[in-house]
Design a protein. Structure first.
Length: 294
């Protein structure tokens, strides 16, 4: 009996939690490997690389496996939702903490997620914060746009986002719940919303949600994402995804409210107009494509 088969015996609360890194950027897997492994306490560390097989990818997989984790190169780019669905199928009886490849875990946050599962939660989320050593943010990035790069605001309520998302895979499997492939980020495409849509389905099916705003993990961001061009593209795709989810009006209102309610002085009418326009264009384009059946 191999390690996975042994771990899958017994009730979910008795089994090690699986920390699943659904990765696209191999360099991030290597960069965060040692740190993330050091934050675990008996948990399994699984990496799925959504890329073709290359010598470099195989080299990184060997490093992960030698360090005590498990890494597989999926052989093709099928998208983030497909990777997560693979984990749900193959670890159907387990508690899974999904993290992005640019997340640096914190031991206390991992412990809190594990404890929440054992206390009966089915979906769990921690706060996602920027690195503490990050230089001053550009003028066009206020906390009203933090969600576009995967950060929660430093204070207040949080939502469960895919960069750090705990899921009881047994609960999801028994109800036939999977991540929506149509909302999936695939390579350079910036679709979004598959995480919050999945969490909503879990809660509709009776899942118990546990939010951990007092526990945080670091979400590193590539400098290329801290540009006005990227953020406007991301806002456009946010609107496009809201239309795909049949939430055009509510989604647009939610986005505008985020930009409007940022407390710091950088949240000027200019930012509200810039990001609001990009989101509205995305909503409009998404509606047109839906009407055309695409």
């Amino acid at each position: 009996m191999d390690k996975k088969e042994t771990a899958d015996r017994g009730t979910p609360g008795q089994r090690p939690m699986v920390v699943a890194v659904c990765a696209f950027r191999p360099e991030n897997v290597r960069r965060h490997l040692r740190h993330n492994l050091d934050q675990l306490n008996g948990d399994e560390y699984l990496v799925l690389l959504d890329r073709p097989v290359t010598p470099e990818a195989e080299k990184i997989a060997a490093q992960v496996n030698e360090a005590g984790g498990t890494m597989r190169v999926l052989g093709a780019t099928r998208g983030l939702s497909a990777s997560r669905n693979t984990v749900l199928r193959e670890y159907a009886g387990r508690h899974v903490l999904f993290v992005d490849d640019d997340v640096r875990l914190d031991a206390s946050a991992v412990d809190a997620v594990r404890a929440a599962f054992r206390a009966g939660a089915h979906v769990v989320g921690a706060r996602l914060r920027p690195p503490r050593d990050m230089r001053r943010l550009p003028w066009f990035l206020s906390s009203g746009q933090f969600h576009l790069v995967g950060w929660h605001r430093p204070r207040g309520d949080i939502k469960i986002w895919g960069a750090c998302m705990g899921v009881d895979a047994d609960f999801a499997h028994r109800r036939g719940l999977l991540f929506d492939l149509g909302l999936s980020r695939t390579g350079g495409n910036l679709k979004s919303g598959e995480d919050t849509t999945f969490i909503a389905l879990m809660k509709e099916a009776g899942a118990v949600e546990r939010l951990l705003p007092g526990h945080a993990v670091v979400h590193d961001v590539d400098p290329g994402r801290l540009t006005l061009r990227y953020l406007l593209r991301r806002a456009y795709w946010q609107g496009h995804s809201e239309a795909r989810r049949h939430q055009s009006v509510a989604g647009l209102r939610k986005e505008l409210n985020r930009h409007r309610t940022a407390p710091e002085s950088r949240c000027t009418p200019l930012l509200f107009c810039l990001y609001g326009a990009a989101t509205a264009i995305g909503v409009g384009h998404g509606l047109v494509l839906r009407l055309r059946g695409k």
